[in-house]
Design a protein around this ligand. Structure first.
Ligand code: MN
Length: 197
């Protein structure tokens, strides 16, 4: 399938340890999400949502916020393979996205109001077309309801979205990005750099 074509085109798999472009046919009752902290030429956080065998992906320069007053720019990027959820490490110099990656948060998510995974996927596919997603996250750092809303800016490719917390029992003015370690290995970006270079 052509779905992961952009992912494949941007990378040289003889050089990068990132997962190969492979579609997932995983059957599970819930959809997963992952947020990777990625220290590339510019530090950002990559929000990835499992949908139809791939991870729909957005790069969030400032990272997510639990404060409903914050509207965090989220730039839609190429679909990533499902296996990318497990990637933590170094993308070598000279490669696309060169730098360190940690698995900053992960968990399951769904469309708000969906009664099962099938309905959630349908609502998310529709929301992607419409440019408006209403999502509930069940992560370690990121919890509760969020909106992901497409904006119409000067960006010619129209990839700009906003990631906004809804007010609920999980909203907070504390800076969630001050929690700076991998949810899997407890390593910081700096730890990954020093251990693998
Ligand atoms: Mn990235």
């Amino acid at each position: 399938m052509a779905k992961l074509k952009d992912y494949k085109t941007k990378r040289n798999f003889n050089e990068t340890p990132e997962p190969k472009p492979k579609l997932s046919n995983r059957q599970a009752s819930e959809s997963i999400f992952v947020i990777q902290k990625h220290s590339a030429s510019h530090l950002h956080y990559d929000l990835r949502l499992e949908l139809n065998g791939v991870l729909k992906s957005w790069a969030i320069p400032k990272g997510p916020s639990l404060n409903p007053a914050d509207k965090r720019l989220a730039i839609m990027v190429e679909d990533h393979p499902f296996d990318y959820r497990n990637f933590e490490g170094i993308i070598p110099k000279g490669n696309y996205g060169a730098g360190a990656v940690i698995i900053w948060d992960e968990g399951v998510y769904s469309a708000i109001g969906a009664k099962d995974k099938k309905e959630s996927e349908k609502m998310i596919s529709k929301g992607l077309e419409k440019g408006h997603l209403k999502l509930a996250f069940y992560g370690n750092k990121i919890k509760g309801e969020f909106a992901l809303i497409k904006t119409h800016t000067s960006d010619k490719e129209d990839r700009a979205w906003l990631f906004i917390k809804k007010s609920d029992e999980f909203s907070s003015e504390d800076d969630v990005t001050s929690l700076n370690r991998s949810i899997r290995t407890k390593r910081s970006i700096e730890d990954v750099f020093s251990s693998e270079t």
